[in-house]
Write a protein that binds this ligand. Sequence first.
Ligand code: ZN
Length: 434
Amino acid sequence: MERRFDATAKTEKELQALQLEGLKWTVNHAYNGSDHYRKKFDKAGVKPADIKTLKDIRKLPFTTSKDLQEGYPFPLLSVPMEKVVRIHASSGTTGKRKVLCYTAKDVDDWAEMFARCYSYADCTIEDRIQIAVGYGVWTAGWGFQNGCERFGAMSIPIGPGNTDMQCQFLEDFGTTAMCCTASMGLLMAEEINNRGLRGKIALKKMIFGSERASEAMRTRISELSGVSYDQLYDIPGMTELYGPGTGLDCRYHKGIHYWADYYILEILNPDTLEPVPPGEMGEMVVTTLKKEAAPLIRYRTRDLTKLITEECPCGSVMPMHDRLLGRSDDMFIFRAVNIYPSHIDQILSNIKDVGSEYQIVLFRKDKGGKDHMTIRVERAHDVHHSHDSDKHMRKAVEHDIKKQIMVSCDVEIEDYGSLPRSERKTKRVFDNRD
Ligand code: ZN
């Protein structure tokens, strides 16, 4: 299938040639342009000329968030300051905030990548795209906005929140696609349903950024909004790597196609830093191929995922990774077991009558005592309160958590709609153990 803004590489071999060229360029550029990188390379005993094949990437030292902190406010800068046309920063407290510089070409490359995302989501220039993510110093709004303009569809830069105005725009402007977090998507789907807007609006696509959406949540969004399930897309992205728009799952949803002509993705065992076998879970480590202002060389993202090894029916040469399991930073340790919130949402998604919203509460009954976990789940919207069905649901959750994660938990069943909804990311884990 021909897609606009697709890579020039049409075969794996062509793609690898582009990657090698980009890798050599990046290593030279960083070595010559950044004292920080040059010192790291010298310490690791590697010179740009040592990079002769793609496999040689393994000779290069890793970059971590510590490098970003050390270089604050303009870390990894590899061009003269006057070439920088924009900065973006991640949300987060001082010291943890990540600031990245962009040259004019970086901004342009990012728009190209993002335009490709709209193309993979089967958008056309006829689409009217309501961009309900934050505009500001962070990357979200700018990414969706510039990508939309580059792609050529009509953008409606509304930003997050304000459901009254969101609904009014859906009706008045004939919005066909909405970009938001999955939490906001659920909120909007509930509003669309409550206000009886289905049938009055033209919405047929949603693109979710920055937050994992569980199967249960996607199903619910689709049911309530009338947007077909296969038209719900996921855009991953992080500030360090331009921002959102570095990949997208196509309509077959076999995995997230990532733009391998802009960056190399390694999946490594986070403990040994050796590659895991294809299809196994590991940490995403990225190396950019064209980024000028702040190139990334083997940057450890802390995000966990796996490569998808099957081919996608869409025929794209762009490889795929799975949806992110979560950040290794989101992991919590409960009675010596490593648990990811996403693991719990996967389990809950498969239990009958359980809704999409949940909270995990960790606590101790007495100081220094044993850890306890309570999972609060909502009944699904069409399930009414009854002593028996609640008991059944409670047992099912306890049983499946015990079986799959090997820990015990208490379960509280709540009314549908009683757990908080959010316009941004929904907080799931409440760790009250200290
Ligand atoms: Zn595909």
